[in-house]
Ligand binder design. Structure first.
Ligand code: ATP
Length: 195
C-alpha cells in the first residue's frame, strides 16, 4: 500500500495541513501519512523559524488523535539542511518504495528550486492541493518539472489558512481557536510563541 509524506515547516501546524493530509489519505488509499517537520528549512532560513523541538512537539500534538497520521522525525534528526531528495532516497533504501509526496501548489511552484527535483519526481508520485493555483497553472508547473502528466490533484475544500496567518494572529492577540488543534493552541500559549 502506498504511503504519504507531508513535509513542511509546521510553524505551527494548522487545519490546512490536517485537512490536506486526511483528504490525500482517503482519496489515494494511503496506509499512513507521515508528517515530517523540516529540521533546518533552508528555503526559509532567513525568516526566523521556531526551534525544531517546538515544531516537532506541536506536530505531534496536532496529529495525535488520527491513527492514520504519524510523525516522522528523520529530517529533524539530520544535521544540516534538509533536502526532500535525501529523505526519499532514505525511504527507498528502507523498502518504502511507493511514496506519495503531498504538497500544496505553492510548494509545487517552489519545487524547481529544490535539490534534484528530477530525482524527487522519479522516486515519488506527487499529489497537490490546488491552494489557489488553477489547473492550467498546475499543468505548466508539471511541465517545468519535466513531468509527463500533471500531478494528482488532492480534492479538498479550499482553506486559506497558513502558518504565517496563525503567527500574525497570535502577535496581534486575535483568536486562533479552530485554526489550530486545541492542544497546539495551548502549547503556543504556554510557551509564549509568536509574541
Ligand atoms: P508559512 O505560512 O509559514 O509559509 P504554510 O502554512 O505554507 O507555512 P508549511 O509547513 O510550509 O505551512 O506547509 C507544508 C505543506 O502544506 C506545503 O506543501 C504547503 O503547501 C501545504 N499547505 C499549507 N497550508 C495549506 C492549506 N491551507 N491548504 C493546502 N495545503 C497547505
Amino acid at each position: 500500500m502506498p504511503i504519504g509524506l507531508l513535509g513542511g515547516t509546521f510553524d505551527p501546524p494548522h487545519v490546512g495541513h490536517l485537512v490536506l493530509g486526511e483528504c490525500a489519505r482517503e482519496q489515494l488509499g494511503l496506509e499512513r501519512v507521515y508528517f515530517m517537520p523540516a529540521g533546518d528549512p533552508w528555503r526559509k532560513a532567513a525568516l526566523g523559524v521556531s526551534s525544531a523541538a517546538h515544531r516537532l512537539a506541536m506536530t505531534h500534538l496536532a496529529i495525535a488523535d488520527n491513527p492514520g497520521f504519524h510523525l516522522d522525525e528523520r529530517e529533524v534528526e539530520r544535521i544540516g539542511p534538509t533536502y526532500t531528495v535525501d529523505t526519499l532516497r532514505e525511504m527507498h533504501a528502507q523498502g518504502l518504495d511507493d511514496v506519495v509526496l503531498i504538497l500544496g501548489s505553492d510548494a509545487l511552484a517552489d519545487m524547481p528550486a529544490w535539490r534534484d527535483p528530477d530525482v524527487i519526481t522519479a522516486l515519488a508520485r506527487l499529489a497537490v492541493a490546488p491552494k489557489g493555483a488553477d489547473q492550467g497553472e498546475q499543468a505548466w508547473l508539471a511541465a517545468q518539472l519535466g513531468l509527463d502528466a500533471p500531478p494528482i490533484v488532492v480534492e479538498m475544500p479550499p482553506l486559506p489558512v497558513s502558518s504565517t496567518l496563525v503567527r500574525e494572529r497570535v502577535r496581534e492577540g486575535m483568536p486562533i481557536r479552530y485554526l489550530v488543534s486545541p492542544a497546539v493552541e495551548d502549547y503556543i500559549r504556554e510557551h509564549g510563541l509568536y509574541r
